[in-house]
Ligand binder design. Structure first.
Ligand code: VG1
Ligand code: CO
Length: 543
């Protein structure tokens, strides 16, 4: 089992996107593809000799095989110790927690998150640093640079590790330790939330459905909600992780979590519904006949987090990604703490969290989290909602009504145009970028542009700058539309159009968001020529 060096050549396109490298599974399975990328990660972080790493993934097709390769390469590169979730399973937030609590040097997380899984679907891999968070852009740039010049990788030929057996094994001088993927994470949740109150809630007849979408949160939700909190068996739907997620899209939104939506809007709906994504870092919240948009969820949690023991002292500040609605900004203002605006992707929250500037963070894409880990965390958000419901005794619909009455309502929607011809999508963005300066003062239907720019972010902690983070058109009405291209897709380009309009008049707080935003939807199409350039008559996904 002596390590050997295998010669290789750079492979095009191994550039990490919003959240690591995502490609079609078959691409990851091509000769040397995974190996090149793993060696580039190791080289990009200055080698792994003597280091201790956490490894795990969301259980999708190719998860276990890829873990064996990673372990054989970590051993060959001199790593001292790898902790692996049993069966190769670790949710993204659980991996983040393990890196932090074990004081590991970092971790490799295998997931393409909300993208479907299977041999003809998607696979992904990302590196998280010693703070438990996704690598910064400086580090991913170094990793990418290595993929452009790599000429060999190191691997040991060895029998596969038994991923099912808890405890320590040895692999060519490296210790592999298989750990329970759920236990430490569940224990962390017990320190943040009032589990007695939550047990009381379920004992009192409160009913919920949690849709794990056949993805990684199944075992976590079953242990926490059913075993520890006493929710009835069957509370967790689709709770067994499957390599192809039951052929579904493990993306918790009203389109892909249709069964849950039908249940929550049907007769005899339970009190509360929630869903998570492939790797367990996203959350969808829905009350009885009341879907909560992720941006609103962030605002409500920011307003009421102090009702949970882990946040009883209040929040240091909050952060949201730029396209996320400004609902949370008004809560922060009312409470007197800072609200930061960052580019899309959790990696941009890391410095603010490490520096103690913010306690809660969120994205419009159903990501919410706090300083307990350095990733967004689906089940955490569900438990915080449950804690707030228990503490207030109110329903989701009542909480939303209270919130909008007090702060106004940011009507919000995201329209996605998926698998668009890449050239057409880039031409749309390039053309719009070129016209930004001439837009102010122009009218589109009843809307007049007040400002237009391209978002760039200067990190207040390390001074780094991220440019080209989305085109923003503000209107004199106070509303805005944002255009950006996705950095997680694997086919063509995905155009995301984010629409937002604040309403404060008490009699207009109950509209359908698509109706409330109809003028802006028309204006967005006119401004960017979406249908003309993409050949699409409407978006593929509306959230
Ligand atoms: C999307 C979301 C972004 C999220 C990212 C990773 O990125 O918009 O908010 O952080 O996915 O989430 P993009 O570049 O496709 O818009 V996950 O749950 O994939 O780790
Ligand atoms: Co995810």
């Amino acid at each position: 089992m002596t390590p050997k060096a295998v010669s290789t050549q750079p492979i095009d396109g191994q550039k990490p996107g919003t959240s690591g490298l995502r490609k079609k599974t078959r691409v990851f399975m091509e000769p040397n593809y995974l190996e090149n990328y793993v060696q580039s990660i190791f080289d990009g972080i200055g080698g792994v000799r003597g280091k201790r790493l956490v490894v795990g993934g969301d259980g999708r097709y190719f998860n276990a095989e890829a873990i064996q390769t990673i372990l054989q390469m970590a051993a060959a590169n001199g790593a001292a110790h790898c902790w692996v979730g049993q069966g190769g399973i670790l949710s993204t937030p659980a991996a983040s927690h393990l890196i932090r609590s074990l004081e590991a040097d970092g971790g490799l997380i295998l997931s393409a998150s909300h993208n479907p899984g299977g041999i003809d679907e998607d696979f992904g891999l990302k590196y998280n640093g010693p703070n438990g968070g996704p690598a910064s852009e400086t580090v991913t740039a170094r990793i990418f640079a290595r993929t452009r010049e790599i000429d060999s990788y190191h691997v040991v030929e060895a029998e596969p590790v038994d991923l099912s057996a808890l405890g320590r094994q040895e692999l060519a001088g490296m210790t592999v330790e298989i750990v329970d993927p759920v236990a430490d994470y569940a224990a962390l949740m017990e320190t943040l939330f009032d589990f007695d109150a939550l047990r009381g809630l379920f004992a009192g007849g409160f009913r919920m459905r949690f849709d794990a979408m056949h993805a990684v949160t199944g075992p976590y939700a079953t242990e926490i909600l059913e075993n520890r909190l006493g929710a009835p068996e069957g509370t967790v739907m689709n709770g067994t992780p499957l390599p192809d997620f039951g052929r579904g899209h493990p993306d918790p939104n009203p389109i892909w979590a249709r069964d849950l939506m039908n249940c929550m809007y049907g007769s005899g709906a339970p009190d509360f519904g929630a869903a998570s994504d492939g790797d367990g870092d996203r959350n969808m919240i829905v009350g009885r006949k009341c879907y909560v948009s992720p941006s609103d969820s962030l605002a409500v949690l920011t307003d009421l987090a102090h009702l949970a023991p882990g946040y009883a002292d209040g929040l240091a500040g909050v952060a949201r990604s730029m396209p996320t609605s400004t609902a949370v900004d008004r809560v922060a203002k009312a409470k007197g703490f800072a609200c930061f605006e960052t580019p899309t992707g959790w990696k941009f929250f890391g410095n603010l969290l490490d520096n103690g500037d913010v306690t809660l963070c969120g994205e419009e894409s159903a990501g919410t989290g706090s300083n307990h880990v350095r990733e967004k965390d689906g089940l955490w958000a569900v438990l915080l909602w449950l804690n707030i419901l228990a503490a207030t005794g109110k329903s989701v619909a009542e909480l939303m009504r209270d919130h909008w009455q007090r702060y106004g309502r940011n009507y919000y929607s995201r329209h996605d145009y998926e698998a668009v011809d890449s050239e057409a999508a880039h031409a749309l963005m390039d053309d719009l970028r070129g016209r930004l300066a001439e837009l102010p003062g122009k009218s589109f239907g009843p809307l007049t542009v007040s400002e237009a720019d391209e978002f760039a972010y200067d990190d207040p902690v390390d001074g780094s700058r991220a440019e080209g983070q989305g085109l923003r058109i503000h209107f004199t009405s106070g509303g805005r539309v944002v255009f950006r291209l996705s950095g997680t897709g694997t086919q063509g380009a995905t155009l995301r159009v984010y629409l937002e309009q604040l309403e404060t008049a008490p009699d207009v707080l109950d509209q359908d968001p698509q109706a409330a935003l109809s003028d802006m939807i028309a204006a967005a199409d006119e401004i960017a020529g979406i249908s003309r350039r993409t050949g699409r008559s409407g978006p593929d996904v509306v959230t």
